[in-house]
Design a protein around this ligand. Structure first.
Ligand SMILES: C[S@@+](CC[C@H](N)C(=O)[O-])C[C@H]1O[C@@H](n2cnc3c(N)ncnc32)[C@H](O)[C@@H]1O
Length: 194
């Protein structure tokens, strides 16, 4: 049977926590797999905010949504950096969001130089945690195989290391004997607000 892939494991953790009608965020829409998954989790009464800095990514996401959830109106696509997450969702969303997904790196099949970078990833991760409700979850898929990926992963781990254990539970899900720098998953659950 084998273990779940890192993406399936992220989906499982989110499914177990998110309820229909909630607000959730896909911080890196890419080709839309996670956006569609999140839209199915929250249903027609919920809201998904999906961010990407590449128009091509949002087009792919739009097409996937139209195919998999025809007539879907619960997704708001933002052609913006996730570094603007706080400004776009506004203070009113603080402490209300059920899940935030980050899938770092580059868009498969597109320009490999357009990658997520620590200077925007770290403020966005912090904003994401502030947005989470108690019991909500942040997932981060990390890739170290491309140039800049290792540096970004180090910065993310440094940021994770300063999170209060009273406030957050942090998990790593990783295949240890797989070759070629396999991606791995970090999940952060909010246990209490402060
Ligand atoms: C690995 S892909 C995401 C895959 C996606 N989750 C999926 O299900 O297909 C990473 C995406 O992050 C996007 N990205 C890079 N920097 C970003 C930023 N500052 N804000 C939002 N998205 C960004 C890239 O354009 C790329 O589409």
């Amino acid at each position: 049977m084998g273990f779940l892939s890192i993406l399936s494991f992220a989906h499982k953790l989110i499914e177990e926590r998110v309820t229909p009608g909630e607000t959730v965020i896909d911080a890196t829409a890419g080709n839309g797999v996670d956006t569609v998954f999140l839209a199915k989790c929250v249903g027609p009464q919920g809201t998904v905010h999906a961010f990407d800095i590449q128009e091509q990514a949002l087009l792919l996401t739009e097409q996937r949504l139209a195919k998999e959830i025809p007539g879907c109106t619960s997704v708001q696509l933002h052609l913006n950096s996730h570094a603007l997450l706080k400004e776009i969702l506004t203070e009113a969303a603080r402490g209300t969001v059920g899940a935030v997904m980050f899938n770092l790196g580059y868009l498969p099949g597109a320009d490999q130089h357009t990658i997520t970078k620590p200077e925007s990833t770290l403020p966005a991760l912090q904003a994401a945690l502030d947005m989470l409700r108690v019991g909500g979850i942040l997932t981060i898929a990390l890739y170290t195989g491309h140039e800049g990926g290792g540096h970004e992963a180090e910065a993310v781990h440094e940021w994770l290391g300063q999170l209060s254990q009273k406030q957050y539970q942090v998990l790593e899900y990783r295949f240890l004997n797989r070759s070629n720098n396999p991606p791995y998953l970090i999940a952060v659950e909010k246990r209490q607000t402060s």
